[in-house]
Design a protein around this ligand. Structure first.
Ligand code: EPZ
Length: 420
């Protein structure tokens, strides 16, 4: 059954919104929980479909679950080394994290290739080459990756290019590996720091997360414990952009400035008003925003690719022209043609979008093609004249919890509709 959001745009949004825990921190942390010997309890698990998909994979490895609201307890005392089949990996890019975790725990793994949002090829060569540089034997055949890490040794891994997932994979893989493993040219996203914080709280010895070099001293075992994951900086950034477009005293609780410094600083150049009060951010639109002349996405601490569709929606109605370059993924402009249906004036050449701001967007039937593209289309629908139907909201549910209900609480006229 297809589900869509029906949005009647033009409302001013105000009130308080709570940012959920980070999808991109929870996914590697959940995968790495199989490295622990004792129960692990997570205190703020969000209701995202990607989290459920990850839990399905862990169940296949005989992890037992107990839910109490958004508290989730994992019994990892009897984890089994099972083949991770295509039905489990094809929905979730983050399924690849099980490879690093299983090599760390069992020194053996058989896993199918990860799926995920269609924003590019999404190869895993950086992960595989990094495992090989520690002595892991890898054979790829018949749609599966067969890994044997019985001769894996601690050592130095220099990543050929920056990869969030590959950095996290190697952190998990080396956590229980005797000796010192050094990772060079790593990603520095806040989610990587959160993974290191989690593993260290469980007894790991990881230093340097958030810098260019991460050092991991292998330990005998990891115990269990409780953990609360960081807030989702992409959801927080989505609400900040929303507030700049149509907010009035929109209060965002859980917005950690250090996770979104780049966005926070450029927002100060736009027309909106931002107030910081008791750890919350309060944002109000103040008339038409001026276009950013040039923006490009890049690894942290630069402007995040996961906010590119959302900032594009904002620039579509800004005054002036914005040149927006997407450096991280080769196919992350699928939302452009959908915005053009709404009267946006956007020209794309290779990885560059030239956005000439228009006075108004108009409601239309638009189609989400991935999680963040869907979020960008919702923002556009909220400021458009008339009705917008955003189709394929299952993409949005991957990383936003009941988005329509949260927006309705802020004053939006938005409904989830189901087509038989
Ligand atoms: C993570 O994806 C996030 N997903 C993505 O968020 C995010 O956009 C991305 O990091 C960049 O910040 C999760 O954390 C689950 P990469 P990941 O490895 O790890 C290429 C969302 O919307 N590459 O840093 O896959 C790759 O194709 C999602 O929440 C290789 O070539 O990103 C891309 O062009 C979307 N070979 C670039 O590197 C590899 O082995 C960066 O990818 C790995 C990556």
């Amino acid at each position: 059954m297809e589900e869509s959001f029906l949005i009647n745009g033009g409302k001013i949004l105000s009130g308080k919104v709570e940012v959920e825990a980070s999808k991109n921190a929870y996914l590697p942390i959940l995968a790495s929980s199989i490295l622990c010997d004792k129960d692990v309890t997570f205190l703020n698990v969000p209701n995202f479909s990607d989290i459920h998909s990850m839990c399905e994979i862990l169940k296949r490895l005989n992890v037992k679950f107990e839910y109490f609201g958004n508290v989730l307890s994992l019994d990892v005392s009897n984890v089994k080394n099972e083949k991770i089949t295509h039905d489990l990996t094809n929905k979730l890019r983050a399924s690849i994290f099980l490879l690093g975790a299983m090599l760390g725990k069992f020194r053996q793994a058989i896993i199918s290739y990860p799926g995920g949002c269609n924003i590019g090829q999404r190869p895993i060569d950086i992960h595989i080459n990094a495992f090989k540089s520690l002595g892991v034997k890898v054979i790829e055949k018949h749609g599966y990756i067969y890994c044997n890490a019985s001769n894996m040794k601690a050592g130095k891994v220099v990543f050929t290019s920056v990869s969030v997932g590959a950095t996290e994979s190697l952190m998990m893989c080396a956590c229980l590996l005797k000796g010192e493993t050094t990772l060079v040219n790593v990603a520095k996203e806040p989610e990587i720091v959160d993974l290191a914080n989690f593993l260290n709280k469980m007894g790991g010895k990881i230093s340097g997360a958030g810098t260019d070099v991460i050092k991991i001293i292998g330990v005998e075992s990891l115990h269990g414990g409780e953990y609360k994951v960081m807030p989702d900086r992409i959801i927080a950034g989505t609400y900040l952009i929303l507030g700049a477009m149509c907010g009035k005293n929109l209060q965002i609780s859980g917005f950690r400035k250090e996770d979104n410094n780049f966005l926070f600083n450029i927002m100060r150049e736009s027309a909106c008003e931002i107030i910081e009060k008791n750890g919350n951010i309060i944002v109000s639109a103040r008339g038409r925003n001026k276009a950013y002349r040039y923006l490009e996405t890049a690894p942290f601490p630069n402007f995040p690719t996961d906010l590119q569709p959302q900032i594009m929606a904002m620039q579509s109605v800004a005054s002036g022209t914005c040149v927006l370059k997407e450096n991280v993924f080769e196919n992350r402009f699928n939302h452009v043609m959908e915005l053009v249906k709404m009267n946006a004036d956007i020209f794309v050449k290779d990885r560059i979008a030239i956005i000439s701001g228009v006075e108004k967007l108009y409601g239309a039937d638009v189609f989400a093609t991935d999680l963040r593209a869907g979020a960008g289309l919702v923002l556009a629908g909220l400021v458009a004249d008339g009705y917008t139907t955003v189709h394929n909201v299952q993409y949005i549910d991957r990383g936003y919890e009941n988005l329509e209900r949260k927006l309705e609480m802020l004053g939006a006229d938005i409904k989830r509709i189901k087509f038989e």
